[in-house]
Design a protein around this ligand. Structure first.
Ligand code: FAD
Length: 547
């Protein structure tokens, strides 16, 4: 870390500690300062004695900050594992009030410092990095105290009040105790509430209830001035809409009231194969159609198999017999081009079984998958919802989980999917053997709320296309280059794609990403984080530039 960058965080921290010193005159001198060297940033005393000395000031934030490089190390990268940057200091709040105090302190400081909210660090491109400022380790709000930070309320409109630092898996566990579950979940349940709500929270479930941001009744948000605001569609609605999909720019989400619904016990998972993408789209769109409201399936996803080497991976969660795998392998090997499949899943319990069989049978008769290429099996619903975790458990010991992940997530308007398919799936990605699934599934724009910060293409139906690469063969540079080529295709052929979990490093690109929402995004930023202190790792605003 160079001295200039270091001093921009250390100086305010030193001021912070010095400022407290006259209030806390009993402080040993060594504890009041932070040492600066050209290489590292260390407190002069170990954090433990620092904390002990401040025991009687438990509400004070000061004992909860450390600039010890060892403490910063766990936050030096993220799930993407593509870049590294240690935070200037780490803050371990015990309560939302602590966070408010830290933000207020920076905001009112003559030399304000940037602050990053770190959820579970499942970002790909350093979105939580803050080399010149303070990283808030959100987990310290009480991820291990699930009982006090998640409250489930049953009733006509059931909901869970969950801390922004909580993991979705823990909300699911808490809700299941009352026979409930969140209406919509991501494919992976280990990101935090604040982390997915800052993006959107999508999966094959979106067609039914919308993304996770459409299923939040209320938020507590600490803004960039340190003010704590409760907001909803009815109360302080502008901040509510700003924060949802807001990439951490408008505040720290410390609580969300999440919509729940009755939980079913079982899942019937049906997988249907296609070689014709037009038929795949026709069927996927039929299954998500709100007009027909067929209501048989609760989840509609899909994947692209770019090469025969991808087949072995598709039976990790979905149980296929040896002969079925052989059959699918032959299909992919013999077909000159990508093969696609739909994952359609019905959630059910004992009361719905008799009609379920007949409903699925009738519906499948109307679809256009390749004859003989429909497979299905039943599993506990919890195992379906938590399916990626089982993959994580299998991959971790093999060293296949914490590899670089140059992911690219796009929303492609329906009208451009065929062109995207020709240029990307049948073009630059044809025959690609890199590890990691390629997802494709449609969503209805009507299930999104345009007042929120999240960005979608301007068409009623758009497709999520996700290239979820795992660079297990030291191929992250090649895969990053491929991603760039895909993005260039989107731009050069005016496909109207929008990035999901976006990554840009200059404001011109951000402006393009937000399109007509940009000016509102900027004016909300000025209103709620006027010194641009929050979530600088997104690289949308430079701290203080709004002044
Ligand atoms: P972090 O990476 O810690 O932070 C992400 C951003 O949110 C940062 O800008 C941060 O400052 C901000 N932030 C974090 N907490 C808060 C808070 N409390 N208040 C305000 N801002 C905050 N996404 C989907 O939509 N659907 C999926 O199916 C899906 N599957 C995934 C599977 C895997 C294996 C992984 C690794 C990720 C997946 N994601 C998916 C992406 C994931 O939802 C996002 O990356 C999400 O932001 C991660 O949450 P986090 O808690 O790890 O956030």
């Amino acid at each position: 870390m160079d001295l200039q960058r270091l001093s921009s965080v250390i100086l305010p921290l030193t001021i912070l500690l010095t400022y407290t010193s006259f209030v806390l005159s009993l402080l040993p001198e060594a504890l009041q300062t932070v040492e600066i060297s050209s290489e590292t940033c260390t407190t002069t005393d170990p954090q433990s004695s620092f904390a002990t000395d401040f025991d009687n000031l438990s509400k004070s934030i000061f004992s909860k900050i450390t600039a010890d490089p060892a403490a910063a190390l766990p936050f030096a990268t993220d799930f993407g594992n593509l870049s590294e940057s240690t935070p200037g200091a780490v803050f371990y709040p015990s309560s939302p009030d602590d966070i408010a105090a830290l933000v207020r302190f920076s905001y009112t400081n003559p030399k304000p410092f940037p602050i990053s909210q770190r959820g579970a660090g499942h970002s790909m491109y350093g979105q939580t990095f803050v080399p010149d400022g303070v990283l808030i380790d959100m987990s310290s709000l009480g991820r291990s105290q699930v009982d006090s930070r998640i409250t489930v309320v049953d009733g006509p409109v059931p909901y869970a009040d969950a801390g922004g630092e909580q993991l979705w898996i823990d909300v699911l566990y808490a809700a299941l105790k009352l026979g409930l579950m969140p209406r919509t979940l991501t494919d992976y349940l280990y990101p935090t509430i604040g982390g997915t709500l800052s993006n959107a929270g999508i999966s094959g479930r979106v067609f039914k209830h919308g993304p996770q941001i459409s299923n939040v009744y209320e938020l507590d948000v600490i803004t960039g001035t340190g003010e704590t605001v409760t907001c909803s569609r009815e109360m302080n609605s502008d901040l509510y809409y700003a924060a949802l999909g807001g990439l951490g720019q408008f505040g720290v989400i410390t609580r969300a009231r999440i919509a729940l619904e009755p939980a079913r016990k079982m899942a019937r998972w049906v997988r249907l194969f296609y070689t014709d993408v037009k038929l795949l789209m026709k069927d996927q769109e039929k299954l998500i159609s709100t007009e027909n409201n067929l209501s048989v399936f609760d989840f509609v996803g899909g994947e692209v198999l770019l090469s025969v080497r991808k087949v072995s991976a598709i039976s990790t969660s979905f149980k296929l017999s040896e002969s079925d795998i052989e059959k699918i392998t032959r299909l992919v090997a013999e077909y000159d081009g990508p093969v696609y499949f739909i994952d359609a899943v019905a959630y059910y319990d004992d009361t719905t079984v008799p009609s379920l069989d007949q409903n699925i049978k009738s519906l499948l008769e109307e679809l256009h998958y390749i004859s003989g290429f429909a497979f299905s099996f039943d599993m506990p619903l919890f195992d379906f919802l938590n399916r990626l975790y089982y993959q994580e458990l299998a991959r971790r010991p093999l060293g296949l989980w914490l590899v670089p992940h140059p992911w690219l997530d796009l929303f492609v308007p329906k009208s451009k999917v065929l062109e995207f398919k020709s240029r990307v799936f049948e073009g630059i990605l044809n025959g690609n053997t890199a590890a990691g699934p390629v997802l494709i599934f449609p969503m209805n724009r009507t299930k999104w709320d345009d007042k929120m910060s999240a960005v979608t293409p301007n068409e009623e139906i758009f497709y999520a296309v996700s290239l979820l690469w795992s660079a297990i063969a030291n191929d992250s540079i090649i895969l990053t280059d491929l991603n760039n080529q895909v993005v260039n295709i989107c731009e050069n052929y005016n496909l109207g794609c929008k990035k999901y979990l976006p990554r840009y490093t200059n404001q011109e690109d951000w402006q393009k990403q937000f399109g007509e929402k940009w000016s509102e995004f900027v004016s909300r930023k000025k209103k709620y984080d006027p010194k641009a202190l929050l979530s600088p790792g997104q690289k949308i605003f430079t701290p203080l530039e709004l002044n």
